[in-house]
Structures are given as structure tokens and as C-alpha cells.
Design a protein around this ligand. Structure first.
Ligand SMILES: Nc1ncnc2c1ncn2[C@@H]1O[C@H](COP(=O)(O)OP(=O)(O)O)[C@@H](O)[C@H]1O
Ligand SMILES: [Mg+2]
Length: 362
């Protein structure tokens, strides 16, 4: 097949315009190369496209059978939905779910409401739009203060976990002033953290899980930022970065007792299904001291590089990197009858239903 591969790369213009988002959201050349090689190893022809503002025109001229999508988009609160939206408008098959699931995953409070409504446990929360709003009685310290619609640890630091009202208000004010998108305040679940790679669709299934090991002062996980864009940032903006050491590492295989592992995988699959994920996603969760599990978030299009936790979960299942990438692609192919040759179960297109018209009374 002819596979389009869509990603986001950092450009000097974007680094000047929105440095933090660009650094955190962009894919590296190494990742792009290794995914391209993996799709080629699956017997396909691959054309790579950067999700920049020329993408809409490029897509109208493309002849892709399917797109492998890892793009995060560029502008706006729902930027992750933009590439799938264009693909669906042009009827180009793609990996990953449609716009509804993408929107939910890009907005943590909405995601949490959908999870809770589907019986998937998630920490109690409250959205703050001003730093002096009163705190709901059911929320108990410690709390964690996060951005509602970002990922890759944007907005998280050593002050994110708060133990009293004064620190809570200070951190909420900081996020409101710096990012202007409100602050999500959530009960901090003090306990073990797990990551689950989920694949497929009907049914979805989980790979062996990962457990996070913490070994520093910071009790939360910060995403590792790829350093290959640092030089470009320096060249484009003259800015240097203050980096902190990673203080957590994922252990895969986790060594978690099998019964607990199965319980964690079941919660991850329930979260995947509740959101409407397809083909691949990563579900992160914590367990409190009583053994209750809470989903922290469902990540669509999680880091796929071979040193990322998602790929390492694949290796723990006995897959190679090529196997993993092609498994994701094949799960997407299966969903499109014209690509997979499976029977088309789409309901009749010719039914007209009950049509009402207004007529003058006789
Ligand atoms: N409610 C919470 N309780 C405990 N730790 C949390 C909570 N929310 C986030 N964290 C910690 O912060 C990390 C990043 O939070 P997350 O919401 O996943 O943000 P991001 O989308 O930037 O990855 C998590 O992996 C976890 O270590
Ligand atoms: Mg996360």
C-alpha cells in the first residue's frame, strides 16, 4: 500500500513563535526515520508529510491508501484533531480514532467526565478560572495543579503538588497567568504509577504493563524532552534551556504480580473503550495505598520512538519495533473494508427513513 506518514517537526519559525509547545510536541528526525523504515519493512511505500500549513493542499493531491498519523497539530486547543479531521473530510483512512476521541483526549476535564460516566475511576477534580474561586468541599489535599488541555508535562514542575490553600492559589495563579487556559486541580493520588499500551479495536487488548520508578525529589513524572531540537532553538531564538534531571524511569516488564497486572490492564482497556480509541493508545494510572486504581489520562498518539515506554511494552510482548508499528497499521487497515477485504457491515446507504414536510392545511 501507499502509506502517508504525518508528523510534526520543529521549524525555526515555530520555535520562535511558540517555543514551549513546539519543543514538547515535535517529533524528532530519528523517530520519523525509524517509523518510516518500519512501515517500509511491512512491505509498503511510505511518503512522509510534516503537519504544517501546506498539509491541506498536499493531502488533496495525495493518493494515499492510508495514513499513519502521529501529528499533534500546530494551533489551538484542539490541534490534535486537525489532521484526523482533514483526513476524514477527504475520506483518507488513517490510524487512530476520529475527532471525538481526539478532542476528549486533548481536554483532560472532559476526558475525566466521560471516563467517570462509563464507570472508569479517575481522581476527583475541579476546574479553576480564577485563583480565588472556592475549593469544592469534596476535594482533599494533597492536590495537583495541571493544565487542562496540554500534554508532555507542560505546566508541571516542583510546585505542582500542593498541600495547602496558599500554595494551591499560588500555583493556580501561575498557570492562569502563564498559559491562560484555566487550571485543572485534581486530588493527588499518592502511590504507584503504571503505564499500559493498548492496541486494536474490537476487541482492544493490552500489552505487558510498565511501572514507574521514582528516584528523586519530584513525585510526578516529567516527560523526557528530545534534545535534538535544543540546538535549533538556540540558533532560532538565542535562548538556552534550563534542564532538570529526569527523576523517574519506566520498568518494563514491570514485575507486577499477575493478578494486579490483569486488573490494571482491564482498567486500561475500559478507559480506551470509554473514550473510543482505536488501534493504539497509552493509558496512565495510579494506585492509592488501598489498592484503588485511578486513570490519570489516556494518551492518543503517545511517543512511539523505540526508546519510549510504548515501544518497550511491545518488546516485552516479544514484538520487534517493526512488528509494533505494523500491528498498529494493520489494526487500522482492518477497520476499512475496502482495504482489508472484510465484509462491509456499514448499514444501508439507500434507506430514506421517515421524511416530514410541512403542507398548507386543506
Ligand atoms: N492526580 C494525580 N495524582 C498523582 N499524580 C499525578 C496526578 N496527575 C498527574 N500526576 C503525575 O503527573 C504526571 C503527568 O501528569 P499528566 O496528567 O499525565 O500530564 P501530561 O499530559 O503532561 O503527561 C503523571 O504521569 C503523574 O506522575
Ligand atoms: Mg501523562
Amino acid at each position: 500500500m501507499h502509506v502517508g506518514f504525518i508528523y510534526n517537526i520543529a521549524t525555526p519559525e515555530l520555535l520562535r513563535e511558540r517555543p514551549e509547545m513546539t519543543l514538547r510536541d515535535s517529533d524528532t528526525i530519528e523517530t520519523i526515520d525509524e517509523v518510516t523504515r518500519a512501515v517500509q519493512a511491512g512491505g509498503h511505500t511510505v511518503t512522509g508529510l510534516n503537519a504544517d500549513q501546506q498539509l491541506p493542499v498536499a493531502l488533496t493531491q495525495s493518493k494515499f491508501d492510508i495514513v499513519f498519523n502521529i501529528a499533534t497539530g500546530i494551533y489551538g486547543d484542539s490541534r490534535q484533531t486537525h489532521v484526523p479531521a482533514m483526513l476524514e473530510y477527504l475520506r483518507i483512512p488513517h490510524t487512530g480514532p476520529g475527532i471525538l476521541a481526539e478532542s476528549l483526549c486533548h481536554h483532560k476535564p472532559q476526558q475525566k467526565m466521560v471516563l467517570a460516566a462509563n464507570g472508569v475511576p479517575t481522581a476527583l477534580f475541579q476546574m479553576f478560572h480564577s485563583a480565588d474561586a472556592s475549593l469544592k468541599l469534596e476535594l482533599h489535599f494533597p492536590l495537583i495543579v495541571k493544565l487542562p488541555s496540554e500534554g508532555a508535562s507542560m505546566g508541571l514542575d516542583y510546585n505542582s503538588v500542593v498541600h495547602n490553600e496558599a500554595d494551591l492559589r499560588k500555583q493556580v495563579a501561575f498557570l492562569l497567568e502563564t498559559y491562560g487556559q484555566g487550571a485543572l486541580v485534581e486530588e493527588y493520588i499518592d502511590g504507584r504509577e503504571f503505564t499500559v499500551a493498548v492496541l486494536g479495536h474490537s476487541p482492544a487488548y493490552a500489552l505487558p504493563i510498565a511501572e514507574l520508578e521514582f528516584f528523586g525529589a519530584l513525585p510526578i513524572r516529567l516527560d523526557q524532552v528530545e534534545d535534538s531540537n535544543f540546538e535549533l532553538l538556540k540558533e532560532s531564538t538565542g535562548r538556552d534551556l534550563e534542564l532538570v534531571e529526569m527523576e523517574s524511569r519506566s520498568r518494563v516488564p514491570s514485575g507486577v504480580e499477575p493478578e494486579l497486572e490483569r486488573r490494571i490492564q482491564a482498567v486500561a482497556i475500559a478507559a480506551f473503550n470509554a473514550i473510543g480509541c482505536k488501534d493504539w493508545a497509552r493509558v496512565d494510572m495510579r494506585m492509592d495505598k488501598q489498592g484503588n486504581l485511578y486513570v490519570l489520562e489516556v494518551n492518543l498518539g503517545p511517543g512511539i520512538a523505540s526508546d519510549c515506554v510504548f515501544a518497550r511494552c511491545g518488546f516485552a510482548a516479544g514484538m520487534t519495533f517493526d512488528d509494533l508499528v505494523n500491528t498498529i497499521l494493520n489494526h487500522a487497515i482492518e477497520r476499512y473494508p475496502h482495504l482489508s477485504g472484510r465484509p462491509d457491515k456499514t448499514p444501508s446507504r439507500f434507506h430514506l427513513g421517515t421524511l416530514a414536510v410541512e403542507r398548507e392545511p386543506v
